[in-house]
Design a protein around this ligand. Structure first.
Ligand code: G3P
Ligand code: MG
Length: 272
């Protein structure tokens, strides 16, 4: 496994602050380039950056011994085979799992990363750190640990921390007042009310709407309130272009190469 290896982001000049609005729309690989490589692994992060993404989105759970594990699901079954529940498992058990082979033999040997390792491995990249909890369980501890990891990696300017869990965001805001946060939401009942309330209470720099909510009129209304809008998960190149032309700050995509090409106006690579 190449956890020791450093990933160098493509030259962007001074990297744009995460979670803020810029002169152009950023491309962030959703769990890395997860369409092609095993999600949330170094391979997926490396591929996203090699394809010209500005950065990545990744998911973080806190495990039983306190480490911050970069993994999407609450348990390891889908990506590793054995089903260890991440919040109940010690780091040494999680680390020994192979989380690459399920996506193809060439990815065998990929390991779950700690958040610190992921940040250090991508020194020039924008990183959207999504905090994961089950109904708020352990939200404060997770948020404080994430704040500490981001501080230790000196990554505060290039990170945007998002969550569906308001408890995690509130605790993160207290632990790291200057790091940008994104309010994550999808089409749940009363989502409009929840977003209005969330903006008022949590003061996020960014909104992270599900793509089906990112209409032109909403993008304009949110931008008018000074919010960056980072839309997920956008895999259709035409939609990438539409969102960029309507002022989205970032698109979060499983296929960063296609999004980068779409924004360059070059021919779009075929699916497959
Ligand atoms: O952060 C955007 C997106 O990742 C939220 O949903 O389930 O893919 O983590 P999920
Ligand atoms: Mg996520």
């Amino acid at each position: 496994m190449a956890v020791e290896g450093r990933i160098v982001a493509p030259p962007l000049g001074r990297h744009p602050p995460a979670g803020a609005r810029h002169g152009r729309t950023l491309v962030l690989g959703h769990r890395g380039a997860s369409g092609e490589a095993p999600e949330n692994t170094l391979a997926a992060f490396r591929l996203a950056l090699a394809q010209g993404a500005d950065g990545v989105e990744l998911d973080v759970w806190r495990c039983a011994t306190g480490e911050l594990a970069v993994i999407h699901d609450e348990d390891t079954r889908r990506v590793a085979g054995p089903a260890l529940r991440v919040p109940d498992s010690p780091w040494r058990d999680l680390r020994q799992l192979d989380v690459g082979a399920w996506k193809g033999a060439r990815f065998a040997g990929e390991r779950i990363l700690r958040l610190e390792e992921a940040l250090e491995a991508m020194p020039g990249a924008v990183v959207n750190v999504e905090l994961k909890t089950r109904r708020g369980e352990g939200a404060s501890t997770l948020a404080r640990a994430a704040a500490e990891a981001i501080r230790a990696a000196r990554a505060g300017e290039r990170v945007v921390v998002s969550s569906f869990d308001w408890r995690a965001l509130r605790a993160f805001r207290a632990a790291a007042p200057s790091v940008r946060m994104g309010l994550l939401f999808d089409r749940k009942p009363a989502w409009r009310l929840r977003v209005a309330l969330g903006v008022r209470l949590l003061r996020p720099a960014a909104l992270h709407p599900d793509r089906t909510l990112a209409s032109e009129s909403r993008l304009r209304a949110w931008a008018a309130r000074g919010l960056a809008v980072n839309v997920w998960t956008v895999d259709d190149p035409a939609e990438v272009r539409r969102l960029a032309s309507q002022g989205a700050a970032a698109v979060i995509t499983n296929w960063p190469a296609r999004a980068v090409e779409a924004l360059r106006g070059s021919p779009i690579p075929a699916r497959g």
